[in-house]
Design a protein around this ligand. Sequence first.
Ligand code: MN
Length: 243
Amino acid sequence: MEDRVIASGFTRREFMKASLAGCTLLALSPAVIPAEASAQTKGPFELPPLPYAEDALAPVISARTVGFHYGKHHRGYLDNLNGLVKGTPYEKMSLEEVIRASASGPGQTAVFNNAAQVWNHTFYWNGMKPGGGGKPAGGIGKAIEQAFGSYENFRKEFIAAALGQFGSGWAWLVADGRALKVVKTPNAESPIMQGLRPLLTIDVWEHAYYLDYQNRRKDFVEASLDRLVNWAFVEGGLERAGG
Ligand code: MN
């Protein structure tokens, strides 16, 4: 896998190492954050820049949706998190450590929700790209065929999970050991809490699609799968999972 920079300052290898193997995901130590990015936010956690321009996913996802989703929702979770962790032991932890530590702690729901939503959104943006989607080739294409019988079966199962998530949440392709699975999670919850390794996610909160698709979640999910999935990113995760 080419070790190119996928989001300001951290390479795909570093991102996958952090997200899939370690506990340092998106802790984004100041050393890897360009000065111009770190100047935007105050607090221990940073908002990673989008890996593309706000209008890059149009017309599947409009610049307006990405602008609100990244600039207001994602940033909002980040700002909430930084406020919540101030003066607590969470300040010294990586983002994934915060997620794990707050997941079962009494009274820690707000910390968990905001930390997990920061993680989930960064992972979501990196799993999309302009001109992506469709049936993948290479190792990930083979792995999907082995796991689901065919890409078409995987696509159906992923869409069913996305539509079957009642209310807000996420649809995921994950590695369970070496097996690939489709799962869904409500609200901020992450498959990481079930010991699964995320490979791809699509946000099915209404804020992800309502400006462009209104109530048509299926159209949004289909268009995202068919035209936006960054299969190289998914394959990078698969390699990390040893698949
Ligand atoms: Mn969202």
